[in-house]
Design a protein. Structure first.
Lengths: 96, 481
């Protein structure tokens, strides 16, 4: 784990698809440094050879029968669309 | 005031024909209208729909005719589901019922009212809601806890008979403790998460917030059960939890983790919990000290796993299919970045950034995998302890409710308030908070909560101890001045 947490906050924000103002970037950057220093508690313990736990309960590889079943109607699925056109979600033009 | 009655008492009155479901809905609606302006527990409530359901509900069913208030992160068809966020506040209408809501309806319950919460359940005070302030019924200058703060304030303030909350790191138990009501987080996988807006999928669990332990057992009976729409749902038998109610606790073994006597614990909270332990001993329980040596890792582990999972889960808010879409975006990338910047509040942004950073290339092993390993150690601690004892007891929260604004913009201090509740989610265990007297703070009597944690799938023991304690205190019904 890195010693000092020099987060490139704009790079992280880009990965998170989040616009940040300059003020926000400074503010969150400093707060995240503090939180990450606390999280370094984890480096004080020897965790080599410990199996990671993803879920507390042992449920794995849940599959269902590959059969069609009814879901939302097209109208219901599109009901919350901020913009829709011709029964589809509308987004800004991607390809010129 | 029917709204101040317990669920169990109202069911008897309905069965005997004394009152009708319509009477209850109208009474709860009156309580909301008169007191919600002060408490801010509800974000919205639809009386007409609830009355229509009250008029046609089958009152012979186990929850027949009882209105249940719902945290605003569970989908109820035709109703809003804001998650306390601006990003879902404009026009989202739930297109289906969550799995837990389907079960509630099958048992005759009526979902009524949408309860305030920290935005996307991220917080322990409900101050992170973008849509309103919720206040503690015992002192309006104080927070109700969170993230299910609306659920606890509504139930403790007699604006609801009972409510549903969700608990990722203590979000049912901690507000129940701070408001003086009962809240139980079931074993991970007991209650379907289908239709619960995901925060941290490996930790989230729905559970009841109620006025009494008996009510919690009854409501839990009708929330649990397998749901094929949730791949983490457990396909196991659901016992009748109300059978645990009234059984004595003679010979039951109670563990007290020595690591839980931390600095910063409020003196009054510690004293009340000590008194509760003596009371449980007098009821015949055998109390012994146990060790959960990796307790110190709990909060750090949680604040890796929960933000990491949240950053992935909240990627779905992109302004395309639902939720806020920025009006100023030029291209698709701008639509994503601006819609999210305009829609999410500060704590959500903080956690998305934190989670994204920890999952990003070069940091994944150092944070995420390391935290998953620490999670194993925490889980093993509990497994070992439960070879010696039946339940583990601690305060629910190290302090009573703080004042509104007291921890504002100090996220780390706020995170540390969850020290006793977080390990329970990491290990997937059932835990309840039951009222444990009050402490005097600045002239106000503030509730304290006792947390009782059980083995996986052993909600029955948790409820049994909670009920025995509750009855011995005669604090089943809390009166709010």
């Amino acid at each position: 784990m890195p010693e000092a947490h020099q987060i490139d906050i704009y790079h992280v924000a880009k990965l998170a698809r989040l616009d940040l103002t300059e003020e926000e970037a400074g503010h969150y950057g400093a707060q995240l440094d503090g939180i990450l220093s606390y999280i370094d508690t984890l480096t004080r313990y020897d965790l080599d050879g410990v199996e990671p736990t993803a879920h507390a309960m042992p449920v794995y590889d849940v599959l269902r029968a590959d059969e069609p079943r009814t879901g939302l109607s097209q109208d219901a699925a599109l009901g919350n669309a901020p913009k829709r056109i011709k029964d589809q979600f509308q987004i800004p033009k991607v390809i010129e | 005031m029917l709204a101040s009655s317990s669920l169990t008492a109202l069911r008897k009155s309905i069965s005997s024909g004394e009152i009708t479901p319509r009477d209850i809905v109208l009474d709860v609606a009156r309580a909301i209208e008169s007191r919600n302006p002060d408490l801010g527990a509800y974000l919205s409530w639809d009386v007409e729909t609830a009355l229509a359901e009250a008029d046609r509900v089958d009152t012979s069913k186990p929850l027949g005719g009882i209105p249940i208030a719902v945290k605003d992160n569970m989908n109820v068809i035709g109703q809003p589901c804001t998650c306390g966020s601006r990003i879902l506040n404009e026009n989202y209408v739930a297109p289906y019922d969550a799995g837990a809501i389907q079960r509630l309806r099958t048992a005759g319950g009526i979902p009524f009212g949408r309860l305030n919460m920290d935005e996307f359940a991220m917080g322990s005070s409900t101050e992170n809601s973008a849509l309103g302030t919720t206040r503690n019924p015992h002192d309006l200058a104080r927070v109700p806890g969170g993230s299910s703060g609306g659920s606890a304030a509504a139930v403790a303030g007699d604006l609801a008979i009972a409510a549903l909350g969700s608990d990722t790191g203590g979000s049912i138990r901690q507000p129940a403790a701070l408001c003086g009501c009962v809240g139980i987080k079931p074993t991970y996988g007991r209650v379907s998460r289908f239709g619960l807006v995901a925060f941290a999928s490996s930790l989230d669990q729905i559970g009841p917030v109620t006025k009494t332990v008996e009510d919690a057992a009854l409501l839990l009976n009708h929330l649990c059960g397998y749901d094929s729409h949730d791949s983490t749902s457990l396909n196991v038998e659901v016992p009748d939890f109300t059978e645990a109610i009234g059984q004595d606790i003679k010979g039951l073994r109670i563990g007290l983790p020595k690591e839980y006597y931390i600095k910063g614990i409020h003196e009054g909270v510690a004293a009340n919990v000590q008194a509760a332990i003596r009371q449980l001993e007098s009821l015949g329980a055998v109390v012994e000290e146990i060790s959960l040596p990796h307790t110190e890792l709990g909060v750090a582990t949680y604040y890796v796993l929960a933000p990491a999972e949240a950053s992935a889960n909240l990627a779905r808010f992109d302004g395309v299919r639902y939720g806020h879409r920025s009006g100023s975006a030029g291209d698709l990338m701008e639509q994503y970045t601006r819609s999210r910047a305009e829609g999410f509040g500060p704590e959500v942004k903080r956690r998305i950034l934190l989670g994204t950073y920890m999952l990003s290339s070069g940091y994944y092993d150092a944070y995420y995998i390391r935290a998953q390993k620490a999670r194993t150690l925490i889980r093993n601690d509990f497994e070992k302890a439960f070879k010696k004892v039946d339940v583990i007891i601690s305060p629910t929260s190290p302090t009573p409710a703080h004042k509104l604004g007291e921890l504002k913009d100090n996220p780390l201090a706020a995170y540390l308030e969850d020290v006793f509740t977080i390990p329970v989610n990491l290990a997937g265990l059932p835990g309840i908070s039951v009222p444990c007297g009050k402490v005097e703070v600045e002239g106000k009597a503030l509730p304290v909560g006792l947390q009782i944690v059980g083995k996986a799938l052993d909600e029955a023991s948790v409820l049994r101890v909670a009920h025995a304690y509750e009855q011995s205190c005669k604090i089943g019904s809390l009166v709010v001045e």
